[in-house]
Structure formats: structure tokens, C-alpha cells
Design a protein around this ligand. Structure first.
Ligand code: UN1
Length: 505
């Protein structure tokens, strides 16, 4: 395992409010630590308060009219410049992301690429933002529909996709003509700051994009702020529920992306090597810290032994280490709290009647591993559907293998969780594949691929406990960040009463 970056002087970063980089009103800072090496301090970031949020919202309010009245194609032009800046700095952002978040360099590069893709794709909407026209009931009357911005948007982002997820929220919010306050993920503030610095450089006017860093205080202040019209949140189901309740009381628009317990079904006719490779990638990529992670592998009994043997053997060969080292397959998890939660679930799995710990199960602490938060790729085999490790989101490098007798049972097991983000099936049978895509009740479904790796031009989100019915990405995200306005133009020059007047034909 390579040494982490040498710590020279620790850099201090600030909030971005009204176009200025300023300290928190608290005057306090917190340290952002490299999860692969706790001695490596990535930077000091403002520990923001409700007062900082007030200032950021005031700045967003001040700039709202100017940005709303900027023609959407012009907003898009600025966003295309932003895309270029992100593309030009991809390498720097990638390394800084791995250093603060831990995921391996190739995956951090993918995260930045997802932000670039999102920016280019969504900027294009500035020249579409399609509405529609239709026929009015009355003669000499015109009817049409268009999107209008919602106002000030509060964006609360998680640690696992430090640039992609902020971009999924920020770019559509901006193209629709809203102004925003972002509360960055406390473990990964630098990637948000990099994104926002790029916004500044691209020429987005002062006050349109604001960032406050810190913990729950600024997050709660944003949710509670009277001038914030919309909250877009990605994170845990527990926090999401609290946010949703608060937003309901205040009549705010709220969009939630929360947990997952995503299943891959492996059928008896599947290409087993392909299924094993996909399962390893889906379960242990990003150390399992994806909402889309393949945390359940539902395997037909006729190929169960072969699949499980290959899976376990290859999982044992994965190299855990610092994500900055090119030979690493699986990086650290994000922090001590994550270690405690994941190790807690591993204990639960070990004690659950019937499940077998087939590999992994340990925190790695020898030598350089002791400096970070490393957990071995862990597989429980012979699991039953109702076990806690088969039901609850672990958000770490842990997956569960469940044997089934046929496709119907596999689909039933796959759907039998409270979440519904992503699902997958490996099979060579086109009938089975299509049947599964219809019956798996998730927002995303893959055939002969793992549950991870969604692309930005398709809708992203889940059913049941994963969300509240919204979809990010694609054009569907525009329904979060804009509201419809129906416009009627009566050019008859007289009073015409819809639903009441008889129309002569
Ligand atoms: C998440 O884990 O919240 O589909 C986002 C994927 C990525 C995004 C994951 N494109 O796995």
C-alpha cells in the first residue's frame, strides 16, 4: 500500500456566499481527513451555522430575479463553459476526490466524468425546456404550458459521489432558472468546492450558487428556512424521513434519494463468469458505498455451487488499499462511524442462524491499514431472505448470497425488501430477461450487468422506501426543479366562460 500524500501546510477553505469566499460566522473549522490515512488532513473547512445559511439564502434570494430572467439558452451557454472547466480539471478533481473520499482513482475519475456528462447533457436543456401548446375550449383562445423555476433550492448531498451527485442537483436547478444553496457532505467538502469554484470561473453570476460546509446545523437550517422553496436530498432513509416530514409541514417541495438493497438474480443459464465479475463489481466497487450496490445475489440452485465458489475465490483476490495506489481494487470506507456500522452488521450476519461467512469479515488494521478505515470484502452465503443482512442497507463491502429454486421465487425474493432502487438479472433467455424487467419493482433494472453504473441521460431513482416518487437525471429531473404554468390567451375581445358558455358550431 502506498503512503498517503505528504502533509505540508494544511489548506483552509471557506464557504461561498454571494460570490465571496468567506469564513463561517462561527469562526470555527473542521478537518477533512483522508479515510485511507487519518494522518493526512485534506483541508480545513468552515463549521457553518444557521447564520451562515441565512446569509447564503439571502444571497440566493437577491440574485433570483436576475438569473430567472436570464434567457435559458444563455444560462445553458454558461453551463457549457462549466462543462469545459470540469473536463479540463478532471485529473486534479479526481485525485482530490480519492484523497478525501477513498474510492480508487478510476472510480473517482468516473465520478467526475458523471458530473461532466450531467453538465453537458443538462445544459442542452437550456435550448429545449419544452412545454406544449394545446387547444382551448373556446374559440379565439389559445392554451399553452411552460416550465417556471421554483425559487431557492437547498441541495443536501452525501459523501459517496462527491461531484456527481451535487452536479445532478445543481445543473438542472440552474438550467431551470433557480438559485441554490448547497450544503456539502461533511466528509467530502472539497469536491463540492471544486465544482462551485468552476461555476464561479464559468461566469455564473454572484449569489446564484452558494455553498455552506459543515454538519447537521446548516443542513437543518436550510430545511427550516422560510425562503427555501425546495429541498433536494440524497442520503440515509432516516434523515430523509425527517426532512420530508419537516418539508410537508412547511409546504416545501422535497425530492429524496435514499437507501437501496439491490439484488442481482443469476439464472441457471447465465454466463457464470460474467455474472461473477459483475457481482464483484456491483458489491465491492466503491467499497459497497453506493445506493445502487449489489448487496444481494439471488442465485438459481443449479448454478449456486459454481457461482459461489468462483465469487468467493475472486473476492479473496481483491486488493484492499489506498485508492491513490493504482493496484488497489477496494478502497477504505468513509469514516469510523461507517466502520462501526458495517462491522456491527457483519456480527449480526455471523450470528444469524444459517448464514455462512464465506470470506472477509474483518477490519484490516496491520501496518498502514491501521491508519485508515479498511474492511475486507465480505460475503455471506446460504442466506435467507428475512435475515437482517438480507433486508437492511449496510453501505459497505458486504454482500449476501441467497439460493432460489426458480425465476418466480427469485423475483419474489428480490422484491421482498423495503427499498426499490436497482435490480439486475443474468440470463441468456430473452423471455426470462423481459419477464424480470417487468416484474422487478425498482426504478432501475439491468439485464446481464450489475446494479450499478446508471447513465445521466436516463432517470435515476427508486420505488418504495428509496425515494418519494421523483427521478433525478434524464429530462425527468426537470419535474423536480420546475413547476408547470398553464397560460391561456383569450383574443376574442369579449368575456368567454369556460365550462359554462355554449360554443356555437
Ligand atoms: C448513488 O450511489 O447514490 O448508478 C449514486 C451508479 C452511479 C450513481 C450512484 N452512476 O451506480
Amino acid at each position: 500500500m502506498s503512503q498517503a500524500i505528504e502533509t505540508t501546510e494544511t489548506k483552509t477553505y471557506n464557504n461561498f456566499i454571494g460570490g465571496e469566499w468567506i469564513a463561517s460566522a462561527s469562526g470555527e473549522y473542521f478537518e477533512n481527513v483522508n479515510p485511507a490515512d487519518k494522518t493526512d488532513i485534506v483541508g480545513r473547512f468552515p463549521k457553518s451555522t444557521a447564520e451562515d445559511v441565512d446569509n447564503a439564502v439571502a444571497a440566493a434570494k437577491e440574485s433570483a430575479k436576475r438569473w430567472r430572467l436570464t434567457p435559458a439558452p444563455k444560462r445553458a451557454e454558461i453551463l457549457f463553459s462549466l462543462g469545459e472547466i470540469l473536463r479540463d480539471n478532471k485529473e486534479v478533481y479526481t485525485r482530490e476526490m480519492t484523497r478525501e473520499m477513498g474510492k480508487v482513482l478510476s472510480e473517482a475519475g468516473g465520478d467526475v466524468q458523471e458530473a461532466i456528462d450531467c453538465t453537458y447533457y443538462t445544459a442542452g436543456e437550456g435550448r429545449r425546456l419544452h412545454g406544449f401548446t394545446t387547444k382551448a375550449e373556446m374559440p379565439n383562445k389559445y392554451a399553452m404550458c411552460e416550465r417556471q423555476p421554483v425559487g431557492i433550492c437547498g441541495l443536501i448531498t452525501p459523501f459517496n459521489f462527491p461531484m456527481a451527485i451535487p452536479s445532478w442537483k445543481l445543473i438542472p436547478a440552474l438550467v431551470c432558472g433557480n438559485t441554490v444553496v448547497i450544503k456539502s457532505g461533511e466528509d467530502v467538502p472539497l469536491s463540492t468546492i471544486n465544482l462551485v469554484k468552476a461555476c464561479e470561473e464559468a461566469g455564473i453570476p454572484k449569489g446564484v450558487v452558494n455553498v455552506v460546509n459543515g454538519f447537521s446545523e446548516p443542513g437543518a437550517a436550510l430545511v427550516n428556512h422560510d425562503d427555501v422553496r425546495l429541498i433536494s436530498f440524497t442520503g440515509s432513509t432516516d434523515t430523509g424521513r425527517i426532512i420530508a416530514e419537516k418539508c410537508a409541514r412547511d409546504n416545501k417541495i422535497v425530492s429524496l434519494e435514499m437507501g437501496g438493497k439491490n439484488a442481482i438474480i443469476v439464472m441457471d443459464d447465465a454466463d457464470i463468469d460474467n455474472a461473477v465479475e459483475g457481482s464483484l463489481w456491483g458489491a465491492f466497487g466503491t467499497s459497497g458505498q453506493r445506493c445502487t450496490a449489489s448487496s444481494r445475489l439471488i442465485v438459481h440452485k443449479d448454478v449456486y455451487a459454481e457461482f459461489t465458489e468462483k465469487l468467493v475465490e475472486q473476492a479473496k483476490g481483491l486488493k484492499v488499499g489506498n485508492g491513490l495506489d493504482d493496484s488497489t481494487d477496494v478502497g477504505p470506507v468513509i469514516n469510523q462511524q461507517a466502520v462501526d456500522k458495517i462491522m456491527g452488521y457483519i456480527e449480526i450476519g455471523k450470528n444469524e442462524d444459517g448464514a455462512t461467512l464465506a470470506c472477509g469479515g474483518n477490519r484490516l488494521e496491520d501496518g498502514d491499514y491501521g491508519k485508515g478505515f479498511f474492511i475486507e470484502p465480505t460475503i455471506f452465503t446460504d442466506a435467507a431472505r428475512d435475515m437482517r443482512v438480507s433486508q437492511e442497507e449496510i453501505f459497505g463491502p458486504v454482500t449476501t448470497v441467497l439460493p432460489v429454486n426458480d425465476l418466480e421465487e427469485a423475483i419474489d425474493v428480490a422484491n421482498d425488501v423495503k427499498y426499490g432502487l436497482s435490480s439486475a438479472i443474468y440470463t441468456q433467455d430473452v423471455n426470462e430477461a423481459f419477464h424480470a424487467t417487468q416484474e422487478l419493482y425498482t426504478g432501475i433494472c439491468y439485464v446481464n450487468a450489475a446494479t450499478i453504473g446508471a447513465e445521466v441521460h436516463l432517470p435515476f431513482g427508486g420505488t418504495k422506501g428509496t425515494g418519494n416518487g421523483h427521478r433525478e437525471a434524464g429530462t425527468q429531473v426537470l419535474d423536480i426543479f420546475s413547476e408547470w404554468k398553464a397560460i391561456y390567451v383569450d383574443y376574442s375581445g369579449k368575456l368567454q366562460k369556460a365550462q359554462i358558455d355554449e360554443v356555437e358550431i
